[in-house]
Design a protein around this ligand. Structure first.
Ligand code: NAP
Length: 476
């Protein structure tokens, strides 16, 4: 399909014509709606079907299109109130300012520490200066009782609640092997419990919107962010479930935002993430313009689904780092991308290239290639990398190890465990190991591999070194 799209089109055309004139007939099947997946499996289990068992998306219940709030720009009524969790800092506070730009005059902004930070105090003062009544609440939204109390208090003092934006988050990244129940809960709770409480406690309110902030990482996964990605997935499922229940819900999978919030505070993490995704980070104003269109055309057109990804990416860069990019769901994007397939072709090219070189030249070529990859990961100039120095002395961490190994697999077509870096921690040594793996190596390099295999066995053959600590390797 990829190599000969015209022939593919021709063959499918001929086949469809044969179906249309009755020469071919579809296989018999029994269809179940996507809400009856369990029943579909039971049916198949009982071996009652003739032909195929098919799960369709035909009957997905969708909320009836809602009337747009206005034609082009969102105009919010002055007499209503709007709640933003995480609204006293970062992108949440920026969102609060944007709601005020669109006419909101009563805002409930929630964070565990209230308006304690300089950022929060300046933000609240700025809003109040614009005539906005701000309830800056110190409330932990994972505490249902505290949130219920806050909402009850606001019901008495403010106009009716017409919109919710759930932006609260806690970031605590780490490879799964280094997480424990407490660290996982720290990330899951504000997103999941917070959203669940908001969902339950606003049932009586006539909301125009219920917006959940998710992340583009749910599209592809992201090493080191298992809890964060899981929590955001949950939000996306909640949005879908609310829609099915006829309640407003929109979930946005934001790409990296560069001017406010977590990544603006952690620029190194932001740059590393962009290196992986390619493309540019989002400016919060542009992100909020998309949110505005989504709310204005609520339930209608291409922005009508419960979840929308808003990000810029370069497929080649992303596919190089994230193996999930190869899954069939992204087949269409991968086929269209200019650089699709480059990684696999590179492997063949490198083997052919190395075949004609002396052992010294091979080692120099692979070392040079590694230098380029490492420079991209460490975000430093290639010239600054000493190939005889341990990568760990250059600020390398365990997540970067995963990244380097993925890059090596993409460029050379060889898989090596990150553990290899424990011994072959200089690029020169690593090059020896890789050449041997490529079947081009010298006896020296073979010895390197044997030694490393023995070392890996001594360490229980783990493939990731255990160097991360809470907060050490945040990614998005
Ligand atoms: N920044 C980005 O590039 C980016 C990219 C994709 C998605 N997002 C999403 O955008 C949202 C905002 O991100 P951000 O970068 O602005 O994060 P942030 O600057 O870290 O702000 C998160 C806010 O949530 C509050 N919070 C945490 N736990 C809470 C709890 N239990 N109850 C009440 N408030 C709580 C924090 O205040 P306290 O500490 O005082 O509680 C903080 O102000 C998040 O949902 C995030 O997933 C951001």
């Amino acid at each position: 399909m990829k190599e000969l799209p015209e022939l593919t089109g021709e063959l499918f055309g001929e086949m469809m014509a044969l179906f249309a004139d009755g020469t071919l007939t579809p296989l018999p099947y029994t269809a179940f709606s996507s809400q009856q997946v369990v029943e579909a499996f039971r049916y198949m289990q009982q071996a009652r079907q003739i032909g195929k068992v098919v799960v369709t998306h035909d009957q997905v219940q969708r909320e009836a299109p809602r009337k747009a709030l206005s034609r082009d720009a969102l105009t919010l009524p002055e007499d209503a109130s709007y709640l933003v969790t995480g609204g006293l800092g970062g992108f949440g506070l920026k969102t609060a300012g944007w709601l005020a730009d669109r006419g909101a005059r009563q805002l409930i902004l929630v964070g565990r520490s209230g308006a304690a930070s300089d950022e929060a105090q300046a933000g609240v003062a700025e809003l109040e200066g614009r005539g906005v009544t701000v309830v800056a609440a110190a409330c932990d939204i994972t505490d249902r009782g505290a949130l219920a109390e806050l909402l009850a208090r606001c019901r008495e003092s403010l106009g009716p609640l017409r919109g919710v934006i759930h932006a609260a988050t806690v970031i605590d990244d780490g490879l799964i092997r280094n997480l424990d129940a407490e660290r996982i809960a720290r990330v899951l709770a504000p997103k999941i419990d917070g959203a669940r409480h908001l969902d339950e406690l606003t049932r009586d309110a006539a909301l125009d919107f219920f917006v959940l902030y998710s992340s583009a990482t749910t599209l592809f996964g992201n090493p080191g962010q298992a809890s964060y990605v899981a929590a955001n997935h949950w939000l996306e499922a909640l949005a879908a479930s609310r829609r099915v229940r006829g309640l407003p819900a929109s979930c946005l999978r934001w790409g990296a935002i560069d001017d406010v919030g977590f990544l603006a505070r952690n620029t190194r993490t932001r740059d590393a993430l962009q290196e992986r995704l390619g493309g540019s980070a989002l400016h919060s104003d542009d992100a909020l313009r998309v949110l505005e269109q989504l709310l204005v055309h609520h339930g209608d057109g291409p922005l009508g689904g419960p979840t929308l990804g808003v990000l810029e990416l370069e497929w080649g860069a992303l596919a190089r780092f994230l193996p999930t990019a190869e899954s069939p769901r992204f087949g269409e994007i991968a086929r269209q991308a200019d650089d699709d397939g480059r990684s696999h072709d590179d492997g063949d090219d490198i083997s052919a290239l190395l075949a004609g070189l002396s052992p010294e030249e091979q080692r120099a070529t692979v070392t040079e290639l590694l230098r380029v990859e490492l420079a991209a990961i460490l975000l430093i100039d290639e010239e600054k990398i000493d190939v005889n120095r341990s990568v760990y002395d250059m600020g390398f961490d365990s997540l970067m190890g995963v990244e380097l190994m993925t890059a090596i697999e993409g460029r050379l077509g060889v898989q090596v465990p990150v553990m290899v870096l424990s011994e072959a921690s200089t690029l020169d040594k690593l090059a020896g190991v890789l050449i041997s793996k490529l079947g081009q190596g010298t006896d020296d390099a073979d010895d390197d591999v044997a030694e490393l295999a023995a070392m890996a066995a001594r360490h229980g053959a783990g493939d990731l070194e255990n160097t991360d600590a809470p907060g050490k390797e945040p990614t998005s």
